[in-house]
Design a protein. Structure first.
Lengths: 309, 309, 309, 309
């Protein structure tokens, strides 16, 4: 490795230092703020370059190297950066959050202390319908009149639940037991630390349109307000090569290649071999999820769909 | 390594095969059952012996080797065994459970499906008081009259909460949002898989008297009904060398050694140097948690406490 | 969850049981064999279905569900399966192998025992040239005459190294120190256990044409001889949706969509905005790795390359 | 949680900033230096206090809390700190090092670049004998005359190995293949990052007298030169409660308690029940490793050994 000075300044990111401790509000009573961090775009480049040793002549600039690393899933250099947040979040969103097992976490304990006196309240225009095409997601918003009624009954319910909790505490019930009937959306607080590689994975999943809106709101703030300031080159590359990426399977690539050379028949043969074009009794095709998903991708790419000619 | 036959039977544990799929009830509506497992006591021994190669002449029998491994914290051979459970557990206990990050988990989704219509109900004689000496724990039980009232109001509350949830579902609210006010003790179900090394760590923490009673009930069933059948030698060694173990710090060992040779004065000098014997204004000693905890250990061992002479 | 019988048979895979313990040879003196395993294709499906609860009506068959999971990177159900191998492998390939941190490992110790008396020998027709286009890889084979000389000097060198090692041992040097000059390609042995999700990641990286040939040989045997027998549906889906997959970035997808609708000019505008089409002094384009890699992908798909019109 | 200012300075440790980038030499040509870090003693305390919420009134000072956490193995707050080192280390010591799976690592690649032209050389007075009582360790030093001869032959061997490597490179052999016969003690370089909880575990194992001297030298420098400056309270507590700790099993504690109240007979009964006092044919006791290890601990504590009366 190249010779190095014997004394180094500690790496820092002024744009992030600027917002250390600033609370970014999320939902009705939640927040996210940066407590500390380690590393920057340059730290990623430094870690990647140790692999190449003297064999690489720094031909590529930092931005190109970061894009190369993310494009080719060379993930370890991104682990050299870490972010530590203080978050305030409803427990049901937190349940999804802590399924990411690579984080370090210290959370407010409702065994030690009385539960935080706040539960997430849904405004009258924020009640969502069950999605029709997505078994796990939300669709549009309910009408405001219905929503207003739902919000009122939620408020009454949360108040009575808190009263139940407080009564138990007053009667001397142990905190760890008294809490059992609190709403899933009761707020909690925590310190949460994660390295950048895993954080990008977290953001890719939780900023996605399939994520529940509540955690998506948090992920979006973390991404756009924090990661964008902290490692701007990585953030740009993440958007180009990860968040907006499309995947094509071996079969799908083969079909596109046939389409590319104008061989619709060959494309259909490949699809048939994959079992995607089984004729239905009524003359159309038996529904097939792989075919439908791929057709949707072809449509996005303005490529012709061979079996819809 | 020694020569081996070209065909091996798959390792199995008849005593565990016997209970595959059997539901062990926990709490009022919970359960634990074994779905599958990998390895046995012999697999641990096999893995440990590869390290020793031909240099070790199998002088020690399997039981002694397992005890040796656990005594000296040689933990990797225990990772060669894995256990997969199906559990049904209240979400508040589950929250503690999934903080163990080394597990593989698939859980029932209340985004995909209507929430399980069951929340943990506390019987009238099961309400616990806040512990006086332990900020996070429970003490004794509340009197039954108070408990009966608490149980009745819990029942009424859980019923009204379920009704609120069902109303939302009926109005078309998305399941992922409708659930937000369900009680923390709503039951969930999951498959949970963990290797034996991490499982022993889980059991050491969750069978401990400081763990919350609800998760302790689960951990006790997993330990006594399942692990005991699966890897009996490991289970015995765990009890001897891990679960019931006492630790002494460098300072504490030094003081015991002074007590051992009858040098109470030397023992007091060491304790003083550690800052444990600061005189209080009233003539006694300033309270010091390290000293108090150590005194308690000395009492358990029937050793004299130098500063209480 | 659906009701279940109280006694379940242990899941097993006859096709894999058939080869338990069978040594698959790799390289000149290496091997891989299955010692034990947990789970099968059905276990993946079972774990995935718990998430869906009663909300899913088993409309999709097992194969479609496994393909869906792999296509959409729903990785946790694959963690429910584990594989335990016994391997014999040169230490330099092993160094790459153990960088996968999610494995459980017990390895032969050259501190406890005399080092295995075998180092990987390269045959005269197996010496590879440095790749010209890939800084880390190999190209074609050296001519056999040169190779024969290289093999002879390797043999002589390995013999003299072993003699040096044996002399040290004979003189009473500690094994942990005596080994220090043994060749990096000295064979070692280990038990190695990994869950299927992480194993697929390992195989995707190590069966790849960019992996070093030695570890690729091991990965190929593990994939084709073992995983293919163990979880055939997953193995098929892995080939279709992971191993042979192509990725397109946000920018690349946008350019393809422009090509798809026949708008070469729009495609060029997008590429220009990405900084890919900087004119070189001599009239061509400044070399740009992102553009070159994408051009290569377009060529594979038989799509026209807008900037090469 | 308490209210907080909206702008926080970034935590830093001046004593560690002082040595950022300074190379601490290890072995004949190795080094360790700090590249970056995150957190300090205060960060550990901050993370621990979030669990206690408002229920704890900061009665305990930071030092006492850190000692409490380490004494009771509350390990998660220590994960809030991370350390990133640049190391230069022989590959055989590195092999032991990277078995710690919780680190983030980027290493010099001998596929990309020509191998570092340095292998660890052992001085004439540094050759160690095989330990007699420890199958895996070293004993005393060999006499200098023998050592001088061993060092000379090592030097000659390393020179010829390097020549062999260079010849291969000159002939056009791929770097990834040419390296295969380099000595295990060839130097490599890497960035290595780990959180403090896992680092303490690493240090407890690798500073231990049973660790191989080479890695022990590295661990000692990391501990004494770096961690001691970085988190002085944690370092002190680590020494008191972890590194110098003694463990007693359930059986051992029971025997000490019997000794404590002067009941040697009861102590012997307990030992007999544990199977430790089987009479040998010749009149003594059958050797028993658990008994021998415990006797050694009793001796250290100046407590009488009941079966040696």
């Amino acid at each position: 490795m190249e010779s190095r000075p014997e004394k180094l300044p500690r790496p820092g990111v002024p744009a992030l230092d600027e917002i250390l401790g600033r609370a970014f509000p999320v939902l009705d009573d939640g927040l996210v703020r940066v407590v500390d961090y380690m590393g920057d775009d340059a730290a990623i480049v430094q870690a990647a370059r140790v692999s190449y040793g003297s064999g690489t002549k720094k031909t590529s600039d930092d931005r190109s190297l970061i894009r190369y690393l993310l494009r080719h899933r060379h993930t370890t250099p991104f682990e050299m950066c870490s972010l530590k947040l203080h978050v305030r979040v409803p427990m049901d969103a937190w349940r999804q959050w802590i399924r990411h097992r690579t984080a370090s976490i210290n959370e407010y304990s409702t065994r030690y202390s009385v539960a935080i006196n706040s539960a997430q309240q849904t405004a009258g225009d924020q009640w969502r319908t069950q999605a029709v095409d997505n078994k796990q997601g939300s669709g549009s918003f309910l009408d405001r009149d219905t929503g207003t009624i739902l919000s009122a009954s939620e408020k009454a319910h949360q108040d009575s639940t808190r009263k139940l909790y407080q009564d138990r505490i007053d009667q001397g019930v142990a905190r760890e037991q008294a809490r059992k009937d609190l709403p899933l959306c009761t707020y909690t607080e925590a310190y949460w630390k994660m390295d950048l590689h895993n954080l990008l994975h977290f953001l890719a999943l939780r900023m996605d349109s399939h994520a529940q809106k509540e955690i998506r709101d948090y992920a979006t703030v973390i991404g756009q307000e924090i990661v964008a300031r902290w490692v701007p080159m990585t953030w740009e590359a993440f958007h180009d090569y990860r968040f907006g990426a499309m995947y094509f399977s071996r079969i799908e690539s083969g079909i596109i290649a046939a389409i590319g050379k104008g061989e619709a028949e060959e494309a259909n043969t490949l699809a048939k071999a994959a079992g995607w074009l089984k004729p239905a009794r009524n003359g159309g095709l038996v529904p097939n999820r792989e075919r439908l998903e791929f057709s949707e991708k072809l449509r996005q790419l303005n490529l012709q769909i061979p079996w819809e000619q």
